[in-house]
Design a protein around this ligand. Structure first.
Ligand code: GAL
Length: 415
């Protein structure tokens, strides 16, 4: 309640500052927005949102606090350091789910529940997403998007060169197509990147080998990481890695994607930020399919924005959050970002064919969360798993990897 009063007062101040009637308008207040959207389709999405913010929030100036690096690997560390120094940005990007809980438990984000009522968000966001955002009856962030993680992107002309014209129906067929590409002279048919991108690939394989329910159970304690299906998945993952580029550990996802664009690879498993990025980089003719064997499973993650504890410009940040959560904001942002709006009332027209297919799937698919992108795993868990994958990539030993994954689950699972 106290929070709501503070916010209301700050908003009034911001509003009266904008309409004070003096000849010289006051200098704009600054809202520092922290994210990891620094290039390509990600930056295009952020820019679209910033333009909307400029219209919605006169008197407020956007300050870009972005720290580059896919999946926020560098940004999250930089954010933690700023938190320790008591120098938080006004608002920061955080994944809905387990990752957000880290910030909530540390008292680093404010309760935004009152905004949900003021802005009518409960009526326009999926009930399931609201549930995922709700912690002890409160909500601490507003979602900007829904991304899908388990998608394979293709270079259709590379595939055609090896006689591949249809998506594989299952994992063995996918391995068959990778072998065809190799035989046709494509040295690294599957474009691979560093640790967290390998985790995404492993998660997709786990969905295929365990099925959606047992996959989701890996993060609740219902499924044993030491079990035979996980052993099988690690074996399939190892086979897939053999079809990839050997310099995988030194590439972030856009550099791996470059192999696809340049025709050096036929496939890349990546979240659907790739859809916007491929277009932004002049390659709109990509193909896509859900990872083979995943059936109608939609592995979801959602970017959301918070109000930092200790934010200096509360009124301006409130306006940023309102833009992020608005139908108009979600339309322009998601069109440019490759994701789909978290809101259910944004019209599909204007979105790419890929995005329109994702919107349809989101309504009917089986939803499972992502560890690499925080809907399933806390940051500590993610770091432990990424470290295990780095170790595996350097010196592959299936037993060591499975034991490390099981150990991480034991240490970080929340009851
Ligand atoms: C995810 C994030 C996406 C995109 C991606 C690649 O964690 O949710 O919006 O930024 O990383 O960097």
């Amino acid at each position: 309640m106290r929070m709501v009063a503070v916010l209301a007062a700050a908003t009034l101040l911001a509003a009266s500052a904008c309409g004070s009637g003096h000849d010289d308008p006051p200098p704009p207040s600054t809202v520092e927005v922290f994210s990891w959207w620094a290039e390509g389709g990600e930056k295009a999405g952020l820019d679209a949102l910033v333009a909307r913010f400029g219209t919605d929030c006169p008197g407020q100036r956007f300050e870009n606090g972005a720290v580059a690096g896919g999946a926020g690997v560098n940004a999250k560390q930089a954010l933690t350091e700023r938190m320790v120094r008591h120098d938080p940005p006004d608002t920061f990007q955080a994944h809905a789910g387990a990752e957000l809980l880290d910030y909530i438990d540390a008292g680093q984000v404010e309760d935004l529940t009152a905004y949900y009522a003021d802005w009518g968000l409960r009526d326009v966001l999926p009930a399931r997403l609201i549930d995922d955002l709700t912690v002890r009856d409160k909500i601490y962030s507003v979602p900007a998007d829904i991304h899908r993680a388990n998608v394979v992107w293709t270079n259709p002309s590379v595939l055609a060169g090896a006689g591949i014209t249809t998506p594989p129906k299952d994992l063995p067929a996918f391995l068959g197509d990778l072998a065809k590409l190799k035989a046709a002279g494509v040295e690294a048919p599957l474009a691979l990147g560093r640790d967290w991108t390998q985790l995404m690939l492993l998660e997709s394989v786990l969905i295929t080998d365990l099925g959606a329910d047992r996959f989701a159970g890996l993060f609740t304690g219902a499924t044993d990481w030491k079990g035979a299906p996980v052993t099988k998945a690690i074996g399939d993952f190892a086979t897939l890695l053999d079809y990839g580029n050997p310099d995988r550990d030194s590439l972030d996802w856009p550099q791996a994607e470059r192999l696809l664009i340049d025709g050096k690879a036929g496939y890349q498993l990546m979240g659907d930020w790739a859809a916007a990025d491929l277009t932004a980089k002049g390659f709109p003719g990509y193909g896509w399919f859900t990872f083979p064997g995943n059936g109608n499973t939609f592995q979801w993650l959602a970017d959301s924005f918070t109000l930092s504890t200790g934010a200096t410009n509360i009124g301006g940040t409130e306006c940023w959050l309102k833009t992020v959560s608005s139908a108009a904001g979600q339309q322009v942002f998601n069109e440019a970002k490759g994701s789909i709006p978290a809101r259910t009332d944004v019209p599909a027209a204007g979105f790419s064919p890929y995005q329109q297919s994702a919107m349809t799937d989101w309504k009917s698919a089986v939803q499972v969360p992502s560890c690499a992108h925080g809907s399933a795993c806390s940051q500590g868990w993610q770091s432990a798993v990424n470290a295990a994958l780095r170790a595996y990539s350097a010196a592959p030993d299936a037993g060591t990897l499975q034991a490390a994954l099981a150990d991480a689950a034991t240490r970080f699972i929340r009851s």
